[in-house]
Design a protein around this ligand. Sequence first.
Ligand SMILES: Cc1ncc(C[n+]2csc(CCOP(=O)(O)OP(=O)(O)O)c2C)c(N)n1
Length: 527
Amino acid sequence: MARIGLEAECGEGLARAVTCSEQLARSVISACWRRGVREFVVCPGSRDSPLILEILRSGLKAHPFVDERAAAFFALGRTMDARCPVAVVTTSGTAVAELLPAVVEALYQRLPLLCLTADRPASFRGSGAPQTIEQRGIFCLYAVESWDVSAGAVDLSRWEGNGPAHLNVCLSDPLLSDPPPEPAPMPEGESVPARGRKRKHFPVQMPHPDLVILGGLPREDRERVLARLTEVRCPILADAMSGLREAPELQGWMIRGGERSLRGHPLRTVLRIGAVPTFRFWRDLEDRPEVSIWSVECHGFRGLGRDAFCVEQLDSIHFQPAAVPPVMPPNESAVRARLEEALLRYPHSEPALMGGLASLIPSGARVFLGNSLPVREWNLAAPYADRGHLTGANRGANGIDGNLSTFFGWSAEAGESWGIFGDLTTIYDLNAPWIVPHLPAAKRRIVVFNNGGGKIFARLPSLHRVPEDYKTFTESRHTLRFQRWAGFWGLAHVEWRGGALPDLPDPVVLEVIPDDAQTEGFWEAMG
Ligand SMILES: Cc1ncc(C[n+]2csc(CCOP(=O)(O)OP(=O)(O)O)c2C)c(N)n1
């Protein structure tokens, strides 16, 4: 049979006749295994069939998906949860290009997403042959490592896992042997750690901060950051994804009125810890050159266009004694009172519904916060009492694409999970629920705040005063409802406009409909 490889022809041999593509697939999946990949999100096609069959033959965990864009975000969510590399497997052609948005997000979150893409043989490059595109290096600078392999041993150990990687595998015909090879599990526990560079940390002296802004923090860093913050004694503005927003030890210094409390408050030194913060206040520091900014970031991104002092480790910092002891912003208690009053007065406004929902979500549940208003409104309105929620979000590139898929990946193994999304964000990821029937049974709540468009644009000062008919356009206003979408995927659907939350079936789409006039009233009251 043509191009069926025995040991002599294809190099590394198997006991029986297999194709060169099957041998290469074995080598590739073994390399993934040795590099610590334990889960594969697979999008079937013809060209990637040797890879998929090898994954199944090896008894590895495989999540089936159809839409590669959603699959890649699901894999991203799995890396967030598992904290180890997860691969998304595609066939050749545009299937590969579908991975780009998740690869971009993985870079800015420094997550170990592996794109394992099947390609036609290198001789097809530039030919325009069916389902043949230029796959080698397609992710350019967004993949921190890339390989293009056609034969022989594969070694991924140089990949440190500090961002996405691309392994492009050229597979020739015939792809599969008949009969197919026997099952052959991977050797239990065998895994070679990445060859990471050892970094040295030098002690750094910094002026005592007047304000700490906390962005998202990896779970393993939270205890250390908490211990350090209890010593620093200065006001803190915290993203929910820091996991420290509700820490009882920090409440004396927590700015609970939101960023409005900081208006007009003079600052000399701001310390940011963790991922790029969600707050508008952080962005506005761009135009405040008098404020010196120190950034302790795990991701290696300054998070602003302007200069900042970047430090890799919080432990390297020695704080100089404060010449003037930091104080809470004088407006904080008034702004906080105004917030509490507005939440009570406008209980059907969007922020009040978000705050109400946050207080109803049971302790220990996972909460994924979609981009645009959900993450911001949770930051503003969720109670500061510690309810033990584990929060996540895609704040790397702030995209509204792939949020539902990431949520399903991140919470795949959780007993109870809530993903909270805007309506346009949901529309971007309508294929995400494909995976739900393939996940373990659990309480899964997909909450859609349906305010009829991209209402964040109504809050932007620059778009606030544009004529009404332009608003229809810029906010992508619509009158769509999500009941039939839920039904299509076999999900229950419940509408909620506030008040007592009905008993929820599982899995469910909870469509929240805020009252527009109350939302307007709320923001007017906040000033
Ligand atoms: C992929 C992508 N496209 C466009 C944007 C720009 N954008 C930011 S927020 C937003 C509107 C989001 O609307 P929705 O999900 O309904 O949330 P809401 O603003 O109402 O809270 C858009 C289009 C983006 N961030 N990401």
